[in-house]
Design a protein around this ligand. Structure first.
Ligand code: HEC
Length: 447
């Protein structure tokens, strides 16, 4: 089924968006397996550095993943399974389509094609250890009990722990807390952490701000998953918490054999009272598709749209779908503002990103590297295309694929929209940033 939603390679007009991403692809194609061809691939020299960077955050003793991948002895029994998970791109959990759209993100743990090929070669050669002297120094992990952002101004905590049983199915828990915000507050950094052993069992913890009773699911505020540290906004950018907002946490918990008290806390750095940042960074739904009509045993495509009322910089994307979610792409449809583009035919468009194998278990947010974050003019339409997979090939489906599914709030109901983080800019600021990008793009082209 997956091949039906593979989007075409949209290289067309992507100059502003992906020039530097293309450069990155070239760099990674040159590193990696070249030069390794002549000698044997070994754990200590080739594989351990990859696991340190991309896996050990979760795969180490006491962390959330089922096994440690620190030493050769830890890794050897898993060699085949690792090969399979990385070549299917199920691990690390990062589901951005790699041949379409922007490829440069903050904190991207994903493996290059070369790294995956290297792991394959190593496994094919019998997963040899190699020379112990080649083993890189162990990776140091940040202290679970320390705030990476520095000393917070405000800490909001779950009033009491949620008791997770030792065994059983995954638990999805909502916790609503009133932190008592009496006036609007602008936040410059956010960091969410589980207390104690909670990080072993927390798949994700998302925070929504419930601003009023009319929208009980609230506005997206922050997401924690293991290894995720602080969201520190660019200088002069902040996120608004409206007076009276309540914090709604959604916890996805995975029992790991030991009963665990789960409690999270969230730390904030805030702008001084009365000071408002130049850019207000916020996250909203785009392209909500209501009234999904998803026949059984079928992949159904739906489309949603959002028109930008002002020039905007998109800072992050997160597809939101439920168990029936299959894939999502976001695309920019530009307004025809240039005199020379008043031509018949299709509008100028760029595919921003696609997630082709949506994985209901992981609510991964994809934060753009600043220099490639989509910078879009007034009137651009964000086109969100979703594919809901109500067929037997969707292994996350919790219902019989012969059943019809409609829209709804439950995880077994259909839902599809994009969480987009963005800030608006004024026209002069937008034009200035476009100039800087064009200048950077042309120097890169000359190299
Ligand atoms: C963000 C945390 C995280 C990262 C990063 C991560 N894993 Fe995992 N991994 C998990 C969790 C949790 C599971 C078990 C649940 C699941 O499969 O989603 C898992 C499962 C696995 C499994 C299957 C284990 C089994 O019981 O069959 C393998 C193999 C694996 N990971 C290898 C890797 C490799 C190799 C990397 C790095 C290239 C990696 N993982 C990166 C969290 C992570």
């Amino acid at each position: 089924m997956s091949s039906t939603w593979k989007p075409g390679v949209a290289l067309g007009g992507l100059i502003l968006l992906v020039t530097s991403a293309v450069a990155v692809i070239h760099v990674s194609a040159q590193s990696g397996s070249q030069g390794v061809a002549a000698r044997q691939v070994t754990f200590t020299k080739d594989v351990a550095p990859i696991l340190q960077r991309a896996c050990q955050n979760c795969h180490r003793p006491g962390s959330m993943a089922p096994m440690s991948l620190l030493t050769y002895e830890d890794v050897r029994p898993w060699a085949r399974s690792i090969n399979q998970k990385v070549s299917n791109r199920e691990m690390p959990p990062w589901f951005i389509e790699r041949h379409v759209g922007i490829q440069k993100f903050k904190n991207d743990p994903s493996l290059s094609d070369d790294e995956i090929a290297l792991i394959g070669k190593w496994v094919d050669a019998g997963a040899p250890m190699g020379n112990p002297a080649d083993m890189p120094a162990p990776r140091q992990f940040s202290d679970q009990n320390k705030w990476v952002m520095g000393t917070p101004d405000v800490i909001i905590k779950m009033p009491k722990p949620y008791k997770l049983d030792a065994t059983g199915p995954d638990n999805f828990v909502n916790v609503l807390v009133d932190p008592g915000f009496k006036e609007d507050v602008y936040v410059s950094a956010i960091e969410t952490k589980p207390l104690g052993n909670g990080f072993r069992v927390i798949h994700h913890a998302t925070t929504q701000m419930v601003e009023d009773d009319s929208d009980s699911s609230g506005v997206f505020f922050n997401e924690y998953a293991i290894g995720k540290e602080a969201d520190i906004f660019p200088p002069n950018a902040g996120r608004l918490i409206k007076a009276g907002s309540k914090v709604l946490w959604n916890l996805h918990l995975h029992p790991d054999g030991e009963a665990t008290d789960v409690q999270v806390e969230m730390a904030l750095k805030v702008f001084p009272k009365g000071q408002q940042p130049k850019y207000v960074e916020f996250t909203q739904h785009m392209g909500d598709m209501s009234d999904l009509d998803l026949p059984g045993s079928t992949v159904t495509r739906t489309d949603g749209y959002f028109r930008l009322p002002k020039p905007a910089m998109i800072t992050a994307f997160q597809p939101h779908m439920h168990a029936v979610g299959g894939a999502m792409c976001i695309e920019a449809l530009y307004p025809d503002v240039r005199a020379d583009s008043a031509r018949p035919g299709a509008a100028r468009t760029d595919t921003i990103n696609c997630v082709s194998h949506f994985n209901f278990g992981w609510s991964t947010t994809y934060p753009y590297a600043e220099e490639v974050a989509p910078l879009l003019p007034t009137g651009t339409v964000i086109h969100v295309t979703a594919w809901s997979d109500n067929s037997p090939s969707n292994k996350f489906l919790q219902t019989d694929p012969r059943n019809w599914i409609g829209s709804g709030q439950r995880t077994i109901d259909g839902m599809a929209f994009a969480w987009m983080s963005l800030f608006y800019l004024d026209e002069a600021d937008y034009q200035e940033r476009i100039k800087v990008r064009q200048a950077t793009a042309s120097t890169q082209n000359q190299q």
